[in-house]
Ligand binder design. Structure first.
Ligand code: NAP
Length: 243
C-alpha cells in the first residue's frame, strides 16, 4: 500500500521518550511504525496508540540483531515503498559503565554496539527508503553528555557525569550526524542530533526534570522540520549544544 501520509520509523518506541515521540508524530498525522524488540511491550504500546485513534503499526527491531534490521527495512519497503522520517531513539545505559579508568569494557562494548553501531546499522538499512521520500528527516537522540566540549568544561553541569561508554556512544552518534549531513548535502534529506533534556524514564531510574511527553517535543519538532531546514546540527531546548 503506497500511502499519501508521511511514514515514520521510531526505534525503541515501546516505552519512554520513543513511545511519546511516536504518539506525537501520529497526532501530527504521520503513520508511525513502532520499532521494538520486546514483543509484549510493543503490543501494549501499539494498542495504546490505536486506542487513541492514531495510525500506527509495529515492526520487530532489535538494534543488536542486524537481520532484524534488514527484515524491518524489507517490511517497510513492501508496505510503504519509502520512509519519510527516521528517529534513532533506542538506547541503553549500563550499570557497569563508569569513569575511563575503571568502566567495564564489556559494558562499554554493549553500549557502543546499541547506541552507535545499532543506530548506524538502522540508518544504513533505511537510507534507500529515505531517498524515496520527497524530503526525509533523520533525528538522532543524542545527549548533552555526548558533548566533547562540555565533558571538558568544569563549569558544565555535565562535567561530573563520567560515563565513558554512554558519553562516547553519543559523541560517536553525533559524528554520524555530521558525516551523513555532509554526505547528503544537496539532497532533500536532513539529519540532526537532538538532546531531549533530563527526562524521567526507565533509563534514568525515573529521575529527571521532564516527563517523557515533554522530552519528546524537541525530537518531534526536528522530525517535522519543513523546507529549507538546517542539517548537521546538535541541539537542545535552549539552542545549539557544543559538539
Ligand atoms: P528508556 O525508557 O529506557 O527506553 C529505551 C528504549 O530503547 C526502549 O524502548 C528499549 O526497548 C529500546 N532499546 C534498547 N536497546 C535496544 C535494542 N538493542 N534494540 C531495540 N530497542 C532497544 O529510555 P529513554 O530515556 O526513553 O531513552 C530514549 C533515548 O533518549 C535513548 O537513546 C537515550 O540515550 C536518549 N536520552 C535520554 C535522556 C533521558 O534523560 N531519559 C537524556 C538524553 C538522551 P526494550 O523495551 O526492548 O528494552
Amino acid at each position: 500500500m503506497i500511502s499519501s501520509h508521511r511514514i515514520a520509523l521510531v526505534t525503541g518506541a515501546n516505552k519512554g521518550i520513543g513511545l511519546e515521540i511516536a504518539r506525537q508524530l501520529a497526532q501530527a498525522g504521520v503513520v508511525v511504525i513502532l520499532g521494538a524488540r520486546d514483543a509484549g511491550r510493543a503490543k501494549a504500546a501499539l494498542d495504546d496508540l490505536l486506542s487513541q485513534g492514531l495510525k500506527a503499526q509495529a515492526v520487530p527491531l532489535d538494534l543488536d540483531d542486524h537481520a532484524s534490521i534488514a527484515a524491518a527495512a524489507e517490511t517497510i519497503r513492501a508496505e510503504h515503498g519509502r520512509l519519510d522520517i527516521l528517529v534513532n531513539n533506542a538506547g541503553i545505559v549500563d550499570a557497569a559503565d563508569g569513569p575511563p579508568g575503571t568502566a567495564s569494557l564489556d559494558a562499554v562494548r554493549r553500549i557502543m554496539e546499541t547506541n552507535f553501531i545499532g543506530a548506524l546499522a538502522v540508518t544504513q538499512a533505511m537510507l534507500p527508503l529515505l531517498r524515496e521520500a520527497s524530503a526525509a528527516r533523520i533525528v538522532n537522540l543524542s545527549s548533552s553528555l555526548g558533548s566533547l566540549t562540555l565533558n571538558g568544561d568544569p563549569a558544565s553541569p555535565y562535567y561530573a557525569a563520567r560515563l565513558i561508554g554512554y558519553n562516547a556512544s553519543k559523541a560517536a552518534l553525533n559524528m554520524l550526524t555530521v558525516q551523513l549531513a555532509e554526505a547528503l548535502r544537496g539532497t532533500s534529506i536532513v539529519i540532526n542530533s537532538v538532546s531531549p533534556g533530563y527526562v524521567k524514564t526507565d533509563l534514568t531510574g525515573q529521575q529527571g526534570f521532564m516527563s517523557a511527553e515533554e522530552g519528546a517535543r524537541l525530537p518531534v519538532a526536528y522530525a517535522l522540520l519543513g523546507e529549507g531546514a538546517v542539517s548537521g546540527r546538535f541541539v537542545e531546548a535552549s539552542g545549539q549544544t557544543p559538539w
